[in-house]
Design a protein around this ligand. Structure first.
Ligand code: AMP
Length: 214
């Protein structure tokens, strides 16, 4: 794979996690999801987790300092040397600027920014019917159901609905995305590194990514 240090950017429910899992089956990429790291902090009931839980429940954004610190620590680990996917980060222009500094400090460069461009009605339908597993697998009651209802195909764990996938919180997360993250997309467009997946299903997305990134 030639282009291996990747950012996945897109609204909640746009397929970043699903495509991350598929790409990781064919390339040794470290998957860095700031949402997953924060959910793990909440599960472990850390001080950071307790602070983040209040914000995440409303669909707001955790502070730039906290998430950038988490990403910096994670990117410094050995497994990131073979390439990484930043999933759900950066979400603000400030995070994007701080990321540039972090990458420079670590002697790393970005190869591509993948923009998952999906219609709002599709996003809301997907979010409110999404089923998640603690192993990172994601299913969907409508388009991508598990083989056995309520059970993860990958690890056999019990599937659950994320607290922030309720209709009300999902709508708020979309509003936050357009306000805070749209400028990040506009910024990355100017870098010439953007690969756009516009209203594509997962097969079409994978075909395009294999063509563009390998
Ligand atoms: P996600 O799993 O990416 O949908 O993230 C779930 C929630 O975690 C978001 O709604 C935010 O509250 C928080 N979060 C995840 N990534 C970030 C980030 N880069 N900046 C701020 N908050 C974040």
């Amino acid at each position: 794979m030639n282009k291996k240090n990747l950012i996945f950017i897109g609204a909640p429910g746009s397929g970043k996690g699903t495509i991350s899992n598929l790409l990781m089956e064919i390339a040794p990429l470290a998957h860095i999801s700031t949402g997953d790291i924060l959910r793990d902090e909440i599960k472990r009931d850390t001080e950071l987790g307790r602070q983040a839980a209040v914000i995440m429940k409303e669909g707001g954004l955790v502070s730039d300092e906290i998430v950038v610190g988490m990403v910096k620590e994670r990117l410094a680990k050995d497994d990131c040397k073979a390439g990484f996917i930043l999933d759900g980060f950066p979400r603000t222009l400030n995070q994007a600027e701080l990321l540039n500094k972090v990458l420079a400090d670590l002697g790393m460069t970005l190869d591509a920014v993948v923009f998952f461009n999906v219609k709002d009605e599709t996003l809301l339908a997907r979010l409110t019917s999404r089923l998640s597993c603690k192993c990172g697998a994601v299913f969907n009651k409508l388009g991508m159901p598990p083989k056995v209802e309520g059970i993860c195909d990958k690890c056999g764990g019990e599937l659950y609905q994320r607290a922030d996938d309720s209709l009300e919180t999902a709508k708020n997360r979309l509003a936050v995305f357009y306000k805070q993250t749209q400028p990040v997309i506009d910024y990355y467009r100017t870098t010439g590194k953007m690969v756009e997946l516009k209203d594509m299903d997962k097969e079409e997305s994978m075909d395009l990514l294999k063509k563009e990134l390998f």
